[in-house]
Design a protein around this ligand. Structure first.
Ligand SMILES: [Zn+2]
Length: 279
């Protein structure tokens, strides 16, 4: 069986700012999927100028969009525990890594260009698994056409409205994403932002699968890309590689096709970041 490297990359965005206001929320409202509404009180002051900006002057979305005072889904207690897990991030409170705010949804979009016909369904299944393991609520914002880029902007108001860009999940190749050259078959990571409170969270991200996976045989009826998708989604929420080949976070593909005890323990912890009302 081929041994393939699964690479992680983390967009290195470490901005800070002091302004808390927004000049527009209307575009975001138009982008919200059906059934989701902004929390009461969010509009207070949300239409006030000037727009929020990062220290480098780049425009930021309004703070706290969709953020609730408490987490949206309960903390997950893994059905099995293991100590074979690691986090991409440093701990920000010595106990927990930084991660996505569990107090707002994690939005994602899928570009099916070059993907198998059932790709969106597979993504939904794998994302549901990640949600169940982390206690993070994911929202499918549907299909898009967006080229893969190793330096994707986390805020694309002209495309996705004035909010953090949803996570982009798609197949691509090493022309668009050079990190996929050679035996590397996946690349994923979150865009991390530090707010005025000093806490860092992921606010956007990418999950890229190499089209070369589509030429590989599956294992036991599971397409070759699906275990890689699970591995990359775990990177997206903050898990790093481990040395234990029995975990899906082992950096090369093998006979592990889904989350194991260490992975599940790490995913539970990854889903326990603080709320992020200032992002
Ligand atoms: Zn990896």
């Amino acid at each position: 069986m081929a041994t393939l490297t699964v690479l992680i990359v983390l967009a290195g965005l470490w901005w800070s700012w002091s302004a808390q206001r927004s000049d527009s929320v209307a575009g975001f409202l138009a982008e919200l999927p059906g059934g989701l509404a902004l929390p009461d009180g969010l509009l207070d002051g949300a239409l006030t100028d000037p727009p929020r900006r990062a220290a480098d002057g780049s425009r930021l979305p309004p703070a706290g969009l969709e953020e609730s005072p408490t987490r949206l889904l309960p903390v997950v207690t893994p059905s099995v525990f293991g100590d074979q897990y690691a986090f991409v991030s440093p701990s920000q409170d010595a106990l927990r890594p930084y991660g996505w705010s569990p107090c707002r949804p994690v939005h994602y979009v899928v570009d099916v260009t070059g993907a198998p016909a059932d790709f969106q369904d597979s993504v939904r299944v794998a994302v549901a698994e990640i949600s169940a393991a982390t206690g993070l609520l994911f929202v499918d914002d549907g299909a898009v056409i967006e080229a893969a880029s190793p330096a994707r902007e986390p805020h694309q108001p002209a495309v996705y409205g004035d909010r953090w860009a949803p996570v982009l999940i798609r197949f691509t190749d090493d022309v668009a994403v050079p990190g996929l050259a050679g035996d590397t078959v996946g690349q994923a990571g979150g865009s991390a932002m530090t707010g005025p409170s000093g806490l860092t969270h992921y606010v956007s991200g990418t999950v890229y699968l190499d089209v070369e996976l589509l030429a590989l045989p599956g294992l036991g009826g599971v397409p070759a890309y699906l275990p890689v998708l699970r591995h990359e989604l775990a990177h997206l929420v903050g898990l790093d590689h481990v040395d234990d080949p029995a975990q899906i976070m082992f950096p090369t593909t093998g006979f592990v096709t889904t989350f194991q005890a260490g992975d599940l323990t790490g995913l539970s912890l990854a889903g326990q970041a603080e709320c992020a009302p200032d992002l």
